[in-house]
Design a protein around this ligand. Structure first.
Ligand code: GLV
Ligand code: MN
Ligand code: MN
Length: 422
């Protein structure tokens, strides 16, 4: 992994990156690191801190209609378009010490280092903290980047959680329920992220050049049984929603394991599970599951969805339960820009690092930015590939190296995208 001693001095400050990541990560639910979920008071607190840091870097800040925090540095040639860098500052519960914030802080450091070096770009530069990249309390993810790309489903606004609608949550975050038209002036979007898998750490490579981001679909399943007395209702006379739901969980694992044997990425997880009334002496009457499906190929996702539907029909029949399925999101796999990938690889080599290409099994805001601009991502290693867990750890030198790669690439893109390209 990190071989900083072999490299020339970097054009960014590793110390400033460490300071900012530590300070932002420390804005966490106490006793539950590293938790700063979108739409919480803590997330707003993190945003207020970031806003100050953006301003201290000389950036002009605003929150756009989709609830994204943006810091802007005007370019020399007004109307040339925007080079955008960033990631997200929200976290999953109990995880996210680096997931998201490494990319936001690295982007901020690029802006600071350009200013320190007195480098003016032709293009406007925007640093962005997207709203709610992780699956939020509303059961949906990438809310800010979907909004910016003009593809946030309008029906999502009515989704409810914690006594509010998504529409109200957006307003509380400083956005609006009308995300407006898709942004059209972004020329390039670059995102740095921890890999969240073991490849770079195992192979001791500095940077992953992301080739594609897996498709992600989420299916909500509601199992309705019947509440009854747990002591008196005979075993054969129950409609136990939890028993039926358990068969679904095992069936999903089985189907996904089969599909994952192909030489391409496939994974499915029941990550959310809630049951009612959740009392020791009552037969469970209602279970809600949220299934998260990742697939490099559309066909695999379709095969899985069809098999899941059949499984639900057969469990409903065998267990006398009512089972309903609803697909609540469906984002296709997205390829990253290969030309920018080559430029990123060139920057890694000039800075004395090693790289390889990688597909992402995780979802990222870059997948939505790719709909409205050229988009590319780099991964940096993380310890043992662990992520979405309290143990998530990335070496600061590795983040700084990634930030230096972004710095070099932004400068090259600013020169390359000019004249009639703009
Ligand atoms: C984002 O972290 C995802 O769910 O892949
Ligand atoms: Mn992330
Ligand atoms: Mn994440």
């Amino acid at each position: 992994m990190s071989q900083m001693g072999d490299r020339p001095n970097l054009p960014v400050s590793a110390a400033r990156i460490a300071q900012d990541i530590d300070a932002l990560a420390a804005i966490t639910e106490p006793g539950r690191p590293w938790t700063r979920r979108a739409f919480s008071t803590l997330h707003l607190e993190g945003r207020a801190w970031l806003t100050e840091r953006f301003r201290a870097a000389g950036l002009e800040t605003r929150i756009d209609a989709s609830g994204n925090l943006i810091g802007r540095r005007a370019g020399r040639k007004p109307g040339s378009g925007t080079l955008m860098l960033g990631s997200h500052s929200d976290t999953v519960p109990d995880g996210g010490r680096f997931d998201g914030i490494a990319g936001v802080v690295a982007a901020l450091e690029v802006a600071r280092s350009l200013a320190d070096a007195g480098i003016e770009l032709n293009h406007d530069l925007e640093i962005v903290d997207f709203l709610a990249e992780e699956v939020s309390i509303f059961g949906v993810s990438c809310i800010g980047s979907r909004g910016m790309a003009g593809v946030r489903p309008p029906e999502w606004l009515e989704r409810q959680a914690d006594g509010m609608t998504l529409s109200q949550g957006l307003v509380a975050a400083g956005g609006s329920e009308n995300s407006g038209p898709p942004r059209r002036n972004i020329k390039v979007f670059l995102e740095l992220h921890i890999e969240q898998g073991p490849v770079l750490a195992t192979e001791k490579r500095d940077i992953g050049i992301v080739t594609a981001i897996s498709g992600i679909a989420r299916i909500e399943i509601v199992v309705e049984g019947r509440a009854d007395h747990a002591g008196t209702t005979p075993m054969g006379a129950r409609r136990d929603a939890l028993v039926a739901a358990s068969k679904l969980v095992l069936g999903i694992e089985h189907l996904a394991t089969d599909l994952s044997r192909q030489p391409r990425h496939f994974a499915a997880t029941v990550g959310e599970f809630a049951m009612l009334p959740n009392a020791a002496n009552v037969v469970p009457s209602n279970v809600r599951l949220l299934v998260d499906i990742r697939s490099e190929l559309r066909e695999d996702l379709d095969t899985f969805a069809a098999a899941l539907s059949e499984l639900c029909t057969s469990v409903a029949k065998g267990d006398h339960a009512d089972i309903s399925l609803r697909q609540i999101s469906d984002a296709p796999a997205v390829r990253m820009d290969t030309g920018i990938g080559t430029m990123l690889a060139g920057a890694v080599e000039r800075l004395g690092g090693s790289h390889r290409q990688l597909a992402s099994g995780a979802g990222h805001d870059a997948a939505f930015l790719a709909r409205i601009s050229r988009a590319a991502m780099i991964f940096i290693p993380c310890l043992n590939g662990r992520s979405h867990a309290p143990e998530e750890l990335a070496e600061n030198d590795d983040i700084a190296f990634g930030a230096a790669v972004l710095f070099e690439t932004v400068r090259a893109l600013d020169r390359q995208i000019s004249g009639r390209d703009v």
